[in-house]
Design a protein around this ligand. Structure first.
Ligand code: N01
Length: 562
């Protein structure tokens, strides 16, 4: 088993609520990132429900509160990485970077919290430890690590998809005399790398973003790579103010286009085939998109690179040729060439000077595919070929127990005490990624089985929050006591999620989408790959036809627990 990163802050409140008192609210929301913040606004302000949000951090922001590693920024362009629900908010906020940096996103979310008085509904420094559905009262009984006891008709999880960090279980970490950090639990005061020998383990999004910055700041950097990556230059720059003006003049249409698009971005996807053009034409298009930078290379080159291996090979080989071109040392270039999975089968990456970083004199690359790290020693680490390395700081960019890990950190039980962990022991099972059978009145924002991590997150988050809040309003108007998913609807959806995934390249890589990064985790493709627009249509159809697939039980007076 991997070690799970403990997320805590030194300033954590010592105040404990009176553990004997139970309060009642209409809804408990877990988490105060994009999802929890908007959910609070919808339930408390728009529907007038008593709503309590619990957030483990000392501030809002979720992912963007915790991920303060050097180089952390979003891969979605800033003008579409934001809420769209309020026109004034869209108009008044000015992004400075084309791809927003972590501090700027956190500033934005703090602005949203102030603007809509969200902090008053959030209890910070508080982790929900348990949520049990009581079959007699039809209420959720929620407990926190601060001693709170609360009953609620509804529980909404807004816990993020990638929020439980994992550190591989390598013996000896406790003996290490230097400092070590996981990218997702980065110290707020930052880490001073000056004059230090640093190891970065992992070359996913967090590694690829932090490696170039740490290389500049440290005396020496050694990167430990298990799987080489395809990554495209981001071509980051300051936001063009003329462009921003144009965006603001057309925000409604831009956001609407994103909502019905494939991945939550206002771009047309190419429908051309990479196999129906000449080699010269294809190379010219790849070159043009490489120069333009960002996800365009994936979205706007050729439609079949996501589904056809031969088409994909053309893009994969182009990127390999770029790596050979950029990286001067042929041995290092060779180690960096991704060959064991197709482009786009793991999370697509964009970078700033990633490959070029390996041309620096103070950077080394160690391939740990064949000789894994065997032990962390007091002074560094040792790999399976007997090589010893010495470090002052080790950075774990080793990812997350994604999509399900954070659910399992909560003792979550539904009808008849069934534990979610047991129910999902062979992989997550949901209807639409929003609800799961035997867990009545529990809604998940961007849960497994929804487009979530395969999309521009704020677009998918807003869609879920609005759908769930419309559903809760519908249920309240009809005085429904509990709503649960039918086993048939769940089975059918899970099958559909699997069928769609089978048609994609995603099945050809060992990725966290499939749980492959966590030893012992079932190999199941967790997000929904059918696209944001198609998914939205399905959700809307369900909402407009009295929610087939859900069982609405007759109203009965809830009995408040003592
Ligand atoms: O984590 P990852 P991440 N021994 O799982 C390696 C989002 N995100 O934090 O590929 C050695 O992608 C692992 O190797 P391998 C985004 O959705 C977004 O980087 O499994 N190595 C891999 O290289 C992203 O996908 C943004 O063989 C081990 C790395 O560690 C997701 O978060 C920024 C290992 C982990 O990569 C997670 O990204 C950051 C072991 N035992 C994150 N275990 C932006 O929007 C793992 N590795 C920009």
């Amino acid at each position: 088993m991997a070690r799970i990163v403990t997320w805590s802050e030194p300033e954590r409140s010592t105040k404990m609520a009176d553990s004997t008192a139970t309060k009642h609210v209409d809804a408990v929301v877990i988490g105060a990132g994009f999802a929890g913040m908007y959910m609070l606004k919808k339930l408390r302000d728009d529907l007038g429900m008593t709503t309590q949000v619990y957030e483990r951090g000392s501030g809002v922001g979720g992912t963007w509160f915790w991920n303060r590693y050097p180089g952390a920024r979003c891969d979605s362009e800033s003008y579409i990485y934001c809420f769209s629900f309020d026109d004034d908010l869209l108009q008044e906020w000015n992004w400075s970077g084309k791809y927003p940096e972590q501090p700027e996103i956190l500033e934005y979310l703090n602005h949203v919290a102030d603007r809509f008085d969200l902090r008053s509904g959030i209890q910070f420094n508080t982790s929900v430890t348990a949520a049990h559905f009581n079959d007699d009262t039809n209420l959720w009984e929620v407990e926190t690590d601060q001693g709170d006891r609360v009953t609620a008709k509804y529980v909404v999880t807004a816990i993020g998809c990638i929020s439980t960090g994992q550190i591989p279980q390598i013996p000896g970490l406790d003996s290490f005399q230097g400092d070590w950090h996981h990218t997702g639990a980065w110290p707020h005061e930052g880490v001073d790398f000056a004059g230090k020998r640093v190891a970065v383990i992992g070359t996913g999004s967090s590694g690829v973003q932090s490696i170039p910055v740490i290389a500049r700041e440290s005396e020496h950097l050694t990167v430990f790579q298990r799987t080489p990556q395809y990554t495209i230059p981001a071509r980051h720059e300051n936001v063009d103010q003329e462009f921003l003006k144009e965006v603001k003049a057309n925000y409604t249409e831009i956001m609407q286009q994103s909502k019905v698009s494939f991945a939550g971005f206002p771009v047309e996807f190419s429908e051309e085939s990479a196999l129906e053009v000449s080699d010269e034409e294809r190379r010219a298009k790849f070159e043009e998109l490489w120069e333009l930078g960002g996800f365009r290379f994936l979205f706007q080159s050729y439609g079949d690179i996501a589904v056809d291996r031969r088409a994909n090979d053309t893009a994969s080989e182009f990127i390999r040729s770029k790596i050979r071109e950029i990286v001067k040392d042929p041995d290092t270039a060779e180690k960096l060439l991704p060959r064991d999975h197709p482009f786009g089968s793991k999370r697509a990456l964009i970078d700033t000077n990633y490959f070029d970083t390996y041309n620096r004199d103070n950077v080394d690359l160690v391939d740990i595919r064949h000789f894994p790290i065997e032990e962390i020693t007091p002074t560094g680490l040792r790999t399976a070929d007997g090589q010893e390395y010495e470090f002052d700081v080790i950075v774990f960019a080793t990812g997350y127990d994604a999509m399900t890990g954070t659910f399992f950190n909560i003792d979550l039980t539904g009808r008849n005490g069934v534990a979610l962990k047991d129910k999902w022991s062979e992989g997550p099972k949901t209807y639409l990624g929003i609800a799961t059978t035997e867990f009545p009145n529990l809604f998940m924002i961007t849960g497994p089985g929804s487009p979530s991590v395969l999309s521009n997150m704020p677009v998918s988050i807003e869609q879920h929050v609005e759908w769930v809040s419309d559903f809760i309003e519908y249920l309240s108007e009809r005085d429904v006591a509990t709503v649960d998913v039918t086993p048939e609807a769940e089975e059918e959806w899970v099958q559909h999620v699997n069928d769609v995934a089978e048609q994609t390249m995603y099945m050809l890589a060992d990725s966290w989408y499939l749980g492959a990064n966590i030893p012992g985790k079932p190999r199941v493709f967790m997000p929904y790959a059918g696209g944001v627009g198609v998914y939205r249509e399905r959700c809307e159809e369900i909402a407009s036809t009295d929610y087939p697939g859900f069982i609405q039980s007759e109203a009965k007076e809830p009995v408040l627990a003592d």
